[in-house]
Design a protein around this ligand. Structure first.
Ligand SMILES: O=C(O)[C@H](O)[C@H](O)[C@@H](O)CO
Ligand SMILES: [Mg+2]
Length: 390
């Protein structure tokens, strides 16, 4: 079996989107306060889809969502020529070829997202070729079903926040993640507003629900050190991405200072990036995204390393490229689930692009033992709401 062709397309959402709201979430751009919409970097309304076809007609589907219009020429100009003609089952050699040939500029960020898209497609091909779901190639079924946490609860007026949390509770979720909307630039008043958010959700859901909190790289170590003691009474399961991903020392400091677990990793790349985090004892939970980190090949290596450190892996986002890894690894206890909604930030776009992603039932999702590959197909249901860039 040989790889015959690679087709990459960028799908740009042109349909209706929820009006952007200020303070939807803290973010790294907040530090530049007063310089325009700090939420602009928080909208992901494009997606790259990569179809790898073999000489016997099997088509594997890969994807990435970071800067798709940049990932596309990387795939077309740099990676595809390396990969065409290879045996898709030689996935490790292909990964090393893509990594080492772009090592000067691609080992982190968009280069690795482009590599991820091709790698995910290769695993889809391998599953389809042997008639097995991808998780059966990675270690098989480790769970009867995957517990998922509802992940939205963006910062909003307390009454609507309470109503959203109640909805997830009534749908049977026992875990949910909220986003803080304020940070250092908002002073003591903003810190109180953040505390009001988690207090509101805790009051709605009671003590038997895990609440995760997220501030998307929007804080400083100083701010986090001051707010963390005030969050302890609400017993968050983790505080996510408190500071910049490059501030590994900051992560380690906060982990030592607070009993609240600190999570991160959705903006880290490759096995080597996560070795750094683990050696620095920077995170209590690893959260790579398979369509960023280096694909399934890299993600599975990180899973092995994380297991040696007994640090759990809970990938960023749901989506099949992550679910298969969670299913195949005991050290991946749960998954994130983005509720199906109108397009807002863009995490929801996956549902408008693909068919096959499982929907939760009473807080669990499941994968079929009988659907080969990743188990997704391209959807044409919302095609009219996308501009497709070939
Ligand atoms: O953890 C997450 O889901 C992410 O950090 C953010 O929410 C991002 O995906 C934008 O929603
Ligand atoms: Mg996050």
């Amino acid at each position: 079996m040989k790889i015959k062709s690679i087709r990459s397309r960028v799908y740009r959402w042109t349909g209706p989107t929820a009006a952007p709201r200020s303070n939807l979430s803290a973010s790294a751009m907040d530090a530049l306060s007063g310089l325009g919409d700090s939420m602009s970097s928080f909208r992901f309304h494009e997606w790259l889809i990569c179809e790898v076809e073999t000489d016997d007609g099997i088509v594997g589907i890969g994807n990435c969502a970071l800067a798709p219009r940049i990932a596309k020429p990387i795939i077309d100009a740099y990676l595809a020529p390396l990969v065409i003609g290879c045996d898709p089952f030689d996935v490790e050699a292909i990964w090393q070829k893509m990594y080492r040939s772009t090592i000067a500029w691609g080992r982190k960020g968009i280069g690795m997202a482009a590599i991820s898209a091709i790698d995910i497609a290769l695993w889809d091909i391998m599953g389809k070729a042997v008639g097995k779901p991808v998780f059966k190639l990675l270690g098989g079924r480790t769970k009867e079903a995957i517990p998922v946490y509802a992940s939205k609860l963006y910062s909003q007026p307390l009454d609507s926040l309470a109503a959203e949390a109640k909805r997830y509770l009534d749908e049977g979720f026992t875990m949910m993640k909220l986003r803080f909307g304020w940070g250092p630039r908002d002073g003591a008043a903003g810190m109180r507003k953040n505390i009001d958010l988690i207090r509101t959700v805790r009051e709605v859901v009671g003590d038997d629900v895990d609440i995760m909190i997220e501030c998307y790289m929007g804080w400083t170590v100083d701010y986090a050190e001051r707010i963390l003691p005030r969050l302890e009474e609400f017993r968050p399961r983790w505080l996510e991405e408190p500071v910049l991903p490059d501030d590994i020392a900051g992560y380690s400091f906060l982990r030592r200072k607070s009993p609240i677990p600190i999570s991160g990793g959705e903006h880290e790349f490759t096995l080597f990036g996560f070795k750094q985090l683990l050696d620095a004892e920077a995170v209590s939970v690893i959260q790579y995204d398979t369509n960023r980190v280096g694909g399934i090949t890299a993600a599975q290596k990180i899973n092995m390393l994380a297991e040696a450190y007994q640090v759990p892996v809970i990938p960023h986002a749901g989506q099949m490229h992550n679910y298969h890894l969670t299913m195949a690894n005991l050290n991946c206890p749960i998954s994130e689930f983005f509720p199906v909604n109108e397009v807002e930030v863009g995490n929801e776009l996956f549902y408008y692009l693909f068919e096959g992603d499982p929907l939760p039932e009473r807080g669990f999702i499941n994968l079929s033992d009988d659907v080969p590959g990743l188990g997704i197909t391209l959807s044409d249901k919302h095609l009219a709401s996308f501009e497709v860039i070939e």
